[in-house]
Design a protein around this ligand. Structure first.
Ligand SMILES: Nc1ncnc2c1ncn2[C@@H]1O[C@H](COP(=O)(O)OP(=O)(O)OP(=O)(O)O)[C@@H](O)[C@H]1O
Ligand SMILES: Nc1nc2c(c(=O)[nH]1)N[C@H]1C(S)=C(S)[C@@H](COP(=O)(O)O)O[C@H]1N2
Length: 203
């Protein structure tokens, strides 16, 4: 994991893997490790992760999201359960605890994923604000986590489609959360000039 820059605010982030089979031990969960790995590479802030691995049960998902917001997570990322299958209820569970819906995140994720798979249109991810937290659904395929957060780059590392995480730090500023800083080579956060703070110094 990249060494965090010490004068960034410490943050708490919720990560939730929603999978019947991973939560019952049919296969090993790859969702939580993928989320933790990407966030660890992208963020300069020291992060405390709050993890949950749960089945595709709407009430359990909503309860986990509320708990993570209540313990002070400024950001909660879920993976899994966004498709059309009968047991896929992550978007419903997320909307049920929402103060506000943030449709741009789901729209952008489907745009990114369409560059990888035509079945991206089957994903119903939503993002919402609850209190001072941003909650975002990501697809269940472990490799889709980095794809949607980071977007698509060409062989020279130039951005072809921006990932959704570029907009996350400013969204969290606007709801009164901590100032998130990213490693630009993984994901350059975008903020209007008026919202930018001086670059942190290491040490
Ligand atoms: N937590 C996970 N760990 C490892 N692989 C996963 C995980 N979640 C999903 N996958 C993989 O991604 C595919 C699509 O994910 P999806 O969320 O649609 O799973 P699913 O078919 O509903 O099954 P389940 O909920 O039991 O994981 C799965 O079939 C599986 O191969
Ligand atoms: N980047 C990316 N997005 C993706 C996929 C993928 O493989 N890569 N799979 C799609 C498929 S097949 C489905 S059904 C939906 C919903 O997946 P979920 O139920 O695992 O959340 O995500 C879609 N989005």
């Amino acid at each position: 994991m990249t060494e965090p820059t010490t004068n960034c605010a410490a943050v708490r982030i919720g990560i939730v893997s929603i999978s019947d089979r991973a939560s019952s031990g049919v296969y090993a969960d790859q969702g939580l490790p993928a989320l933790q790995d990407w966030l660890g590479r992208a963020l300069r802030n020291p992060v405390t992760f709050e993890s949950r691995l749960i089945p595709d049960e709407q009430a359990q998902i909503s309860q986990a999201l509320v708990e993570l917001v209540d313990v002070g997570c400024c950001l909660v990322l879920t993976t899994g359960g966004t498709g059309p299958a009968l047991r896929d209820v992550t978007p419903e569970a997320t909307l049920a605890i929402a103060d506000k819906e943030m449709p741009g995140f789901g729209e952008q994720m489907r745009q990114i994923s369409l560059r990888f798979v035509p079945t991206a249109i089957l994903s119903r991810q939503v993002a919402v604000i609850r209190g001072q937290s941003l909650v975002i659904n990501l697809p269940g395929q472990p490799k889709a986590i980095a794809q949607t957060l980071e977007g698509l780059k060409d062989a020279d590392g130039q951005t072809l489609v921006p990932g959704i995480f570029a907009a996350v730090p400013y969204c969290i500023d606007l709801i009164g959360g901590p100032y998130l800083e990213t490693h630009a080579e993984v994901c350059a956060a975008f903020r209007p000039k008026s919202a930018q703070r001086p670059a942190p110094t290491a040490g």
